[in-house]
Design a protein. Structure first.
Length: 751
């Protein structure tokens, strides 16, 4: 009997069980977020809300595991197996049948949807890592159970990477759900096997756990709060980095998982038996943070590659450094569930700060630089040239001279920020270099070092950001950050969402459509012919309000409708009196607030002659507006001879093959308009744009476009429409299947 039991309680079994549970946890995270896109749109905040739910459920799972360890081994096994079996009622995974509210921000509704959809399953699996580590000891295994946490995070990382690279590109959502269900059944069998392994050593008794009666001193609240802080900063930084990465690209699992994957890898490094990588990262982090502080207020358009690399490197190094400090201060193995509970509480606090508090409190992503500053205060500081191999910051010096240098560096940074708020000239670079030099010298003095970091951020965009906030020219909602800017002459003002312009108005020609919507753009050519095609009472719809530029193509008698997901955008375009397009050109136009797929579906069938899709989220188009189901909605609301105009200008995503595949399978005729205005028009506010015209009636499309030309690369002809390249091997997108990976191009525009 003992030999049989021993074969069921070895280290490999527990490693496999922990790995499988963690793999399932982090495979389901992007999968459920992907399921939610058709309901929630593509705002980066959707993923942050999802992460908050996952962290809260992880906390609940860790609390459950901590409480369960007070019971006998027999009860632990029976209770946990019962929980796993009960949670299986929620299989296969699908979204709960809840309708998104149309009267405001879904900031609190999104977490409720996700909890109702996967809450019990996630809770049951979340307890695996700490509980199996305790069972590892109960089964009579030798060795420190903390090392098994590395296996947990390797499993988590594998699940994350597997989804965008192996699962999403090749499996529809329904098949993904069944795959997860099968792996869940495997996990239940593994847990049952672990319980049987414990049976041979302890399960046949009702004695308490071996550590339950040891005389260990209680963990102080000071240490608990320290662990919570060490965990909260990396968790929050992971979410703020996610927003930074996804705001200017498409909301998709590949980009969601990069910060989360690095965050998880940091645990594997920090909790590994071999301390070399953790030691090197801890020593390098202060220098990396100094360098990255200069890009805390940067946009992707400014030194894209450097900003991208420095941002993700900062996240990884800070997470390793702070998690390694947690590992260094870990308690006895008998108290590991309480340790993980504090870690999970910190993760939830970081998530609450970024997903709930920040959008309500800040007009910009101030949480990102604030978390960088918090990291500067927390990271272990070891003098770069110290010979000691100790991981602590016991060598930290608090000499007054170094603090004075830190104050001087802060003064230089503030002065530079006021002198040249947006400049990147040699003077700014020289000041930054001086501050970084002081920062390297200050490593080891926590206060002086933090002052230098604040100075670097103040000089490189921090002061400018404060000025914009003070001027109340920037607003934030669940769906994004909007800024109104003006040129030095005051002739033009424009609206940006994230890093991308979403409308411009000339104050001397306030009814002239400019930017991407000029007379030579695809949408301009189509809207100008609306009356000729459909008569004086043409019905026209626009998805995505922006500054309201397209309103000034309206003519008396036409019926105009705008469909906008964000109530704040309606305020900016109409109620705040910043832009006057709507008031001047379509004061009576209907504005439907809510996700376009839902609000369009509520409109009468065949009620629109023209429909323009211009629903950008910064520089991305929400994926759920490009699927078969979305085009079915567009086809339903358009009249048989109606025209659909889709804006696909994008620096990073080429959507032409996606539309070509939809046209091939859906029976649409289509043509491409890539407009590059000449210099004289650019001076008047016109901008290059790419639009695709689609219609189920080939004759009306031919009337709009005329003879189509092959793509030559020069688009100065004011009326030239181009043939669309064939779809090739591109698969038609649907709510069940869509992968943006083949169409991603970081290097340049998609025209």
């Amino acid at each position: 009997m003992n030999q049989v039991a021993a074969s069921f309680r070895g280290r490999s079994l527990f490693v496999l069980t922990i790995f499988t549970g963690s793999f399932l946890l982090f495979l389901v995270q992007p999968m459920v977020a992907r399921m939610a896109l058709p309901k929630l749109g593509g705002a980066p905040a959707v993923w942050n809300s999802a992460m908050l739910v996952y962290q809260a459920l992880l906390l609940a799972g860790y609390a459950y595991a901590h409480r369960l360890t007070r019971e006998t081994a027999r009860k632990q096994s029976l209770i946990h197996l019962a929980v796993l079996i009960l949670a299986a009622v929620w299989l296969p995974i699908s979204l709960a049948n809840m309708q998104i509210p149309t009267d405001g921000s879904p900031i609190f509704w999104v977490p409720l949807l996700l909890v109702a959809s996967i809450g019990p399953l996630f809770f049951a699996v979340a307890a695996q890592a700490p509980l199996m580590q305790r069972w590892f000891g109960l089964a009579g295994n030798a060795g420190e159970p903390y090392a098994l946490y590395a296996a947990s995070n390797i499993g988590s990382f594998t699940g994350l990477i597997a989804y965008p690279l192996l699962v999403e590109p090749f499996m529809p959502i329904q098949e993904q759900s069944w795959l997860w269900s099968g792996l869940y059944a495997l996990l239940v069998l593994l847990v049952l096997t672990c319980a049987w392994g414990i049976y041979g050593s302890r399960l046949n008794t009702d004695t308490p756990e071996p550590h339950a009666t040891t005389d260990l001193p209680p963990i102080s609240w000071k240490k608990r709060l320290y662990w919570i802080a060490l965990s909260a900063v990396p968790s929050g930084l992971m979410l703020s980095t996610t927003s930074f990465l996804t705001t200017d690209l498409m909301a998709m699992p590949l980009l969601w998982v990069i910060p989360l994957g690095l965050y998880l890898l940091s645990f594997s490094v920090a909790f590994a038996d071999n301390r070399l990588i953790a030691r090197v990262a801890t020593r390098a982090t202060p220098s990396i943070l100094l360098l990255s502080a200069a890009t805390a207020f940067a946009f992707f358009g400014d030194a894209l590659i450097f900003t991208l690399i420095s941002t993700v490197l900062l996240l990884f190094s800070v997470a390793v450094s702070l998690h390694a400090e947690m590992y260094r201060t870990r308690p006895d193995a008998a108290q590991l569930t309480e340790f993980y509970l504090m870690m999970s509480i910190g993760g939830v606090i970081g998530g609450l700060f970024c997903a709930i508090a920040a959008p309500l409190l800040f007009d910009w992503t101030w949480e990102h630089p604030l978390l960088i500053f918090a990291a500067a205060l927390l990271i272990p500081q070891i003098r770069l040239f110290a010979l000691s191999g100790d991981d602590t910051d016991d060598s930290t010096s608090n000499d007054t001279a170094t603090i004075v240098l830190g104050v001087i560096a802060l003064g230089i940074g503030i002065t530079g920020g006021f002198m040249d708020p947006t400049g990147n000239g040699w003077a700014k670079m020289a000041m930054t270099a001086v501050m970084m030099g002081v920062g390297v010298f200050a490593i080891g003095n926590r206060l002086a070092y933090a002052l230098v970091v604040a100075g670097i951020m103040a000089s490189n965009g921090g002061i400018f950001g404060l000025q914009q906030s003070a001027e109340h020219s920037r607003w934030r909602s669940y769906f994004g950050i909007y800024t109104v800017k003006a040129d030095p002459t005051g002739e033009y003002r424009w609206l940006t969402h994230g890093t991308t312009m979403h409308g411009m108005q000339s104050l001397s020609e306030p009814t002239l459509p400019i930017s991407y919507y000029g007379a030579g753009s695809g949408v301009g050519l189509a809207f100008a012919k609306a009356e000729a095609f459909y008569g004086p009472k043409a019905a026209i719809g626009v998805v995505g309000l922006g500054s309201g530029t397209l309103a000034c193509y309206a003519k008396p008698g036409q019926d105009w409708h705008f469909f906008e997901i964000d109530p704040l955008m309606v305020e900016i375009a109409k109620e705040k009196k910043i832009f006057s397009y709507l008031d001047r050109c379509t004061p009576g136009a209907a504005i439907h607030v809510g996700d376009a797929r839902l609000t369009l579906a509520e409109q009468p069938k065949a009620s629109l002659d023209l429909l323009a899709i211009d629903a950008f989220s910064s520089d991305s188009i929400p994926m759920h507006l490009m699927t078969k189901e979305a085009f079915d909605v567009y086809r339903r609301i358009l009249k048989p001879n109606g025209i659909l105009i889709v804006h696909i200008s994008n620096r990073h995503i080429n959507l032409q093959p996606v539309l070509a595949a939809e046209a091939k399978m859906g029976g649409w005729s289509l043509a491409l308009r890539a407009d590059s205005p000449p210099a004289k028009d650019i001076e008047r506010g016109m901008r290059a744009s790419t639009w695709v015209a689609m219609s189920m009636d080939g004759k009306v499309l031919n009337t709009l476009t005329g003879p189509l030309a092959d793509k030559k690369g020069v688009y100065y002809d004011p009326s030239l429409w181009l043939k669309m390249p064939p779809a090739g091997k591109t698969t038609r997108w649907s709510d069940d299947y869509a992968s943006v990976l083949p169409h991603l191009s970081i290097g340049g525009a998609s025209q």
